[in-house]
Design a binder for this molecule. Structure first.
Ligand code: RP5
Length: 169
């Protein structure tokens, strides 16, 4: 999609039910994104080709999500200087801890900004990507401030509702 600055890369279509939350959060903030399936292990050439063309595609931030021995985010980080946000996914018997360690434990010089396992991580990846883009986008910065205010208001309302329930006994 022309003009899209964020790419969400997933290791398999089986990752999409979780990573859909990342797209939803980006769209809520007014950020369009591309989504593609590629795998560091199953389609390594495709990963290399994508990384080589990231700049001409206009991609500024990459969100890469995978489960098991997750090499996707690290491979992309090795091949481009664009920031890579890694989302470890819970798709195996180790409940995502395997993917977390594979994504976060990068050697010095090749960072992957790793968020938490699963859906919370997927949403946080979107917010972090938007925050990076907002450094040079005042409209997006305003959308992020509004998002934070709305989040705080939701907690306040829940707090008030809880206190009322407790007062009533
Ligand atoms: C990883 O292996 C993918 O990111 C996915 O989380 C996991 C399982 O993939 P499928 O066998 O469901 O395609 O590479």
């Amino acid at each position: 999609m022309p003009g899209t600055k964020v790419a969400i890369i997933i290791g398999s279509d089986s990752d999409w039910p979780v990573m859909e939350a990342c797209r939803e959060q980006l769209l809520e903030l007014g950020v369009d994104c591309d989504v593609e399936i590629m795998s560091a292990h199953r389609t390594p050439e495709k990963v290399h080709e994508f990384a080589r063309t990231v700049r001409e595609r206009g991609i500024e931030v990459i969100v890469a999500a995978a489960g098991l021995a997750a090499a996707l985010a690290g491979t992309l980080a090795a091949l481009t200087t664009r920031p890579v946000i890694g989302v470890p996914l819970d798709t195996g018997p180790l409940r995502g801890v395997d993917a977390l360690l594979s994504t976060v434990q990068m050697p010095p010089g090749v960072p992957v900004a790793t968020v938490g396992i699963g859906k919370a991580g997927a949403r946080n990846a979107a917010v972090l990507a938007a925050q990076i883009l907002a450094l040079h986008d005042p409209v997006l910065d305003e959308a992020l401030k509004k998002f934070k205010r709305k989040q705080a208001e939701t907690v306040d309302k829940k707090n008030q509702a809880l206190r009322e329930r407790l007062t009533r006994g």
